[in-house]
Design a protein around this ligand. Structure first.
Ligand SMILES: Nc1ncnc2c1ncn2[C@@H]1O[C@H](COP(=O)(O)OP(=O)(O)OP(=O)(O)O)[C@@H](O)[C@H]1O
Ligand SMILES: [Zn+2]
Length: 722
C-alpha cells in the first residue's frame, strides 16, 4: 500500500501540474492513484473527469505534484470543483478506513459525501432556485414602479417566484437593473414538531456522571445507565458546556427510530438551528444539511451513521446514543463501524467521546472493564423502579392466537385503566411460511432459497432477504391445491388477531412495511402517543421510546433470536429483551413485562429478569473466551459467491490454504443470493494489524490468480451472515 502525501496541496501553477487521482471504479485492483496532467487550478479533494481506457471516469484528486513523474500521461478532461469537497482530515480518514476495512478509497470517499456530491451523481443534481436581490437603487423609475419597488424593498432578497406573485411590475425592475437574479440552492423544509423543553433538577447520579466526564482525563467514556435513567439529559448538559466554548457537537443516533425524538429534545433545549442527517432525507435535503456544517452555519448535528462524516471544523464532543445498535455498522461497502470512525475523528479534533447504552456492546463494555474507556454508571431509574419481568413458560401456558393467557390478562387490565401496551414480535408480514397442505410444497425465493412471507394487505409473497415480491394466486404450483397451512405469525397477523380480541382498542403497527413512506416512523409514534392503546411491531418498538403511560410490554417468540447459530445471538437477544422491557414503567405507573419463552432457564432470561447486565456480561464473556470469539479475537468474514457452488468452494479452500498461519473456520455453504451459491470463511486473529495485513494479502493473492469468483470481505462483522 502506498502512503498518502499531502504536500503541495494546491497548485497555483496554471501552466501545468500533475495530479494523482482516485478514479471511480468498483475493483479493489484499482485502489491506487493514476497520474494525469492538468492545466487548470486544482486542489486536493476536488473532483475531475479523466479518460480511462476507452471511458470517461470521475475521480478525486489525491495529491498534486508540480514535477512530472510519468511520461506520456493523459490530460484531465475537466475540473469539476473549484473548492475541495473534502478537507485534509477527511481525505486522510478515507485512506485509513480503506486500509482498516480492506476496501477501496473511492468507495469510502463516495460514502462520506452526500449523494448530490458523489463522483458521478447525475441522478442527484442539486436543485437551485432564483432569488431576487437588490442591484442598483439609484435607477430612475416610473411612479408606479417606484411604488411597487417600495412595497417589497424590505423583503429583499426574496425568492423570485414569490416576488412575481406579489407584484405585477417585477419585470421592469429586473430589466432596468434595480433587481438582479441570483441562483441559490433550493431550501427544503424538513418538517418537525416543536416541543417544549422540560428542565428539571439533575439527580445525584446524573450530576456525578456529568462531573466525571467533564473532569475526566480520558478521551472515551461509556455511560452505562439502566433504561430510563436519564442518559439523554446527561448528553444535553455535556453538550451545553461544549457549545458555550464555541465548539461543535455531534449527536449520533441509530437508524432511524430515535432520530425524531433526539432532534426534538436537542432543538427544544438549544433553541437554535441544527443540522440533521438521516436516511429519510432526500438528496437535496442531505446536501443542504451538509452545507450547513461545511459553511459553519450550525454547531450541532443530530444524525445517524453517515453523519459521522460531516465536515466539522471544530468538533468539541461526540455523543453516541445506544452505542450497541447494529445500525451503526454499515452492511454494504465500505462496511465500517461508526464507533471506529468516531474514535478517528476524536483523535483529530482532540475531543471527548461518550458512548451510551443500557445494554452496551460486549466490545465496549469489555474495554471499559479493562479501563481503556472510562465507565460511568447510572444505576437508578428517574421514575419508579425497574419494570417487573414475568417469564411466561410457553411449554405450560394456555395460548390463544399466539398470546399467553397471562399476557392477554395483563393487556385487558391495562386497557381498562387507559394505559398503553407495547407488543414486540420480531417478524413482519402475515404468514412467515406458506406451505401446501396437500403436497407439503413450501414457497421459496428462487434467488435466495429461503421461505417466502405472505403479506395479506398487498396479497403477495415477499422474500425478506432480497426484497423480491411474487404474485400469489392462492394455488399450489405443484399440485394445484388451494389449501395452505397457517403456520406461525408475523406482525400483520398479530395486529389482526389483536383487533379481533380487543375490538375497541386503537392499534398502531410499526415495522419495515408500515414505515416505508417518508416520515412514517415519526407519524406512527405520534399517533400512538396521542391516541394509541397498543403498539405492535418488530424490534423497532424496543428502541428508545419514552412514553409515560405504557404499563405493559409483551415479547412474543422471545427465543427466536437465541435460536440463531451465531456467536452474537445471545448478545442481540439480551439487548432486545432488556431494551423492550425498558419501555414500560417510565412514568408514575408500574411496568410489567411478559416474555413468552420456551427456555425460561436460559442465562439470557435469568439476567433479564434481574435487569442484571453485569451477570449477562460475565457469562457471555466466558462463552466468547471458550469459543475464541470477539472481544477476545478480531474477526473477518469472506463470502465467496458464484453461480456454481463448487467454484466458490474451491476458491474458499484456496484462500484457507493461503491463510494457513491464521485460524480459519469453514468453508461452509450459506443461503444463496441472486441465484448464486455462497460460501463463507471466518478468519480469526488476536492481532488486529496482522489480520488486516493478511486479508489485504489475500486480496492480492486472488488478483494474481485472476480469481473470477466474487468475494465479499467484512472486517469485524456484526454477527455472522447465514
Ligand atoms: N433529573 C430528572 N428529573 C426528572 N426527569 C428526568 C430527569 N432526567 C431525565 N428525566 C426524564 O426521564 C425520562 C427518561 O430519560 P431518558 O429518555 O434520557 O432515559 P434514558 O436513560 O435515555 O433511557 P433509555 O436507555 O431507556 O432510552 C425522560 O422523560 C426525561 O425527560
Ligand atoms: Zn430472495
Amino acid at each position: 500500500m502506498q502512503s498518502r502525501r499531502l504536500k503541495d496541496k494546491v497548485c497555483y501553477n496554471y501552466c501545468m501540474s500533475y495530479i494523482n487521482v482516485y478514479i471511480e471504479h468498483n475493483s479493489l485492483a484499482l485502489n491506487t492513484t493514476f497520474t494525469y496532467a492538468c492545466d487548470q487550478k486544482v486542489e486536493v479533494g476536488c473532483r475531475v473527469r479523466v479518460p480511462f481506457g476507452a471511458q470517461d471516469l470521475i475521480g478525486f484528486v489525491e495529491s498534486v505534484d508540480v514535477l512530472p513523474k510519468v511520461k506520456n500521461i493523459k490530460s484531465v478532461l475537466e475540473v469539476l470543483d473549484t473548492k475541495p469537497l473534502l478537507n485534509e482530515e477527511l481525505m486522510t480518514l478515507a485512506h485509513t478506513i480503506s486500509q482498516n476495512y480492506v476496501c477501496s478509497v473511492i468507495s469510502v470517499l463516495k460514502t462520506m459525501l452526500p449523494p448530490a456530491l458523489r463522483p458521478s451523481s447525475i441522478e442527484h443534481k442539486i436543485v437551485y432556485e432564483d432569488w431576487a436581490v437588490l442591484n442598483d437603487e439609484t435607477v430612475a423609475l416610473t411612479p408606479k414602479q417606484k411604488e411597487a419597488f417600495a412595497s417589497i424593498r424590505d423583503q429583499l432578497p426574496m425568492k423570485a417566484s414569490i416576488l412575481r406573485k406579489k407584484i405585477s411590475l417585477s419585470r421592469p425592475l429586473f430589466e432596468k437593473g434595480v433587481l438582479s437574479l441570483e441562483k441559490r440552492v433550493k431550501e427544503s423544509v424538513v418538517p418537525m414538531e416543536e416541543i417544549e423543553d422540560s428542565s428539571f433538577v439533575l439527580t445525584e447520579e446524573q450530576q456525578a456522571a456529568i462531573e466525571n466526564i467533564e473532569k475526566g482525563k480520558n478521551t472515551v467514556y461509556l455511560l452505562h445507565g439502566v433504561t430510563g435513567s436519564g442518559k439523554t439529559e446527561v448528553f444535553l448538559q455535556l453538550a451545553k458546556k461544549v457549545l458555550s466554548e464555541g465548539k461543535q457537537v455531534l449527536f449520533l443516533v441509530p437508524e432511524i427510530g430515535l432520530t425524531p425524538m433526539m432532534i426534538q429534545r436537542v432543538k427544544a433545549r438549544f433553541q437554535t438551528k441544527i443540522a440533521i442527517y438521516h436516511s429519510s432525507l432526500n438528496a437535496q435535503e442531505k446536501y443542504e444539511q451538509y452545507q450547513l456544517v461545511k459553511e459553519n452555519k450550525v454547531s450541532i448535528v443530530v444524525g445517524t451513521r453517515s453523519s459521522v462524516f460531516m465536515p466539522f471544523s471544530n468538533l468539541g464532543l461526540i455523543l453516541m446514543d445506544e452505542e450497541h445498535d447494529s445500525s451503526y455498522k454499515q452492511d454494504s461497502m465500505p462496511r465500517y463501524h461508526t464507533r471506529d470512525i468516531v474514535m478517528e475523528r476524536a483523535k483529530f479534533h482532540h475531543c471527548k467521546v461518550v458512548l451510551s447504552s443500557a445494554t452496551p456492546s460486549l466490545d465496549s463494555y469489555a474495554r471499559a472493564y479493562k479501563g481503556v474507556y472510562q465507565l460511568v454508571t447510572l444505576t437508578k431509574r428517574i421514575s419508579l423502579q425497574m419494570p417487573k419481568i414475568h417469564l411466561v413458560d410457553m411449554k405450560t401456558e394456555q395460548v390463544e392466537n399466539g398470546l399467553s393467557f397471562s399476557l392477554i390478562n395483563a393487556i385487558q387490565q391495562a386497557l381498562a385503566k387507559h394505559q398503553q401496551v407495547i407488543l414486540l414480535l420480531n417478524r413482519r408480514g402475515y404468514l412467515p411460511v406458506v406451505k401446501c397442505t396437500q403436497c407439503e410444497e413450501t414457497f421459496t425465493c428462487p434467488d435466495c432459497g429461503i421461505a417466502l412471507t405472505y403479506h395479506k394487505k398487498e396479497d403477495l409473497l415477499m422474500c425478506h432477504c432480497c426484497g423480491r415480491v411474487f404474485y400469489f394466486d392462492h394455488t399450489c404450483p405443484k399440485c394445484h391445491s388451494h389449501s395452505f397451512y397457517r403456520l406461525g405469525m408475523g406482525t400483520e397477523k398479530l395486529e389482526e388477531n389483536l383487533q379481533n380480541m380487543f375490538p375497541k382498542a386503537y392499534i398502531v403497527r410499526m415495522d419495515a412495511d408500515s414505515t416505508r413512506k417518508k416520515n412514517a416512523h415519526a407519524k406512527l409514534l405520534k399517533e400512538f402517543e396521542e391516541k394509541g392503546d397498543i403498539l405492535v411491531g418488530t424490534q423497532m418498538v424496543a428502541k428508545g421510546l419514552d412514553y409515560q403511560r405504557v404499563s405493559v410490554v409483551g415479547i412474543l417468540q422471545a427465543d427466536a433470536s437465541l435460536a440463531r447459530i451465531d456467536y452474537q445471538s445471545a448478545e442481540t437477544a439480551y439487548s432486545m429483551l432488556e431494551q423492550a422491557s425498558g419501555r414500560c414503567g417510565r412514568g408514575q405507573i408500574e411496568g410489567n413485562v411478559y416474555i413468552q419463552t420456551f427456555e425460561p432457564d436460559h442465562y439470557v432470561m435469568r439476567s433479564v429478569i434481574q435487569h442484571d447486565y453485569f451477570s449477562f456480561f460475565s457469562k457471555e464473556m466466558k462463552y466468547r473466551h471458550l469459543g475464541m470469539y470477539p472481544p477476545y479475537v478480531y474477526l473477518c468474514t469472506v463470502i465467496y459467491q458464484d453461480k456454481k457452488e463448487e467454484n466458490a468452494l474451491q476458491t474458499a479452500q484456496e484462500a484457507k490454504a493461503y491463510l494457513s498461519d491464521l485460524k480459519v473456520l469453514g468453508p461452509i455453504s450459506i443461503s444463496m443470493r441472486q441465484q448464486k451459491a455462497r460460501v463463507r470463511l471466518v478468519i480469526k486473529s488476536k492481532d488486529k494489524e496482522l489480520l488486516t495485513q493478511r486479508v489485504w494479502q489475500l486480496v492480492h493473492h486472488h488478483m494474481r490468480l485472476k480469481t473470477t469468483v466474487k468475494q465479499d470481505i467484512n472486517m469485524y462483522p456484526f454477527g455472522l451472515e447465514e
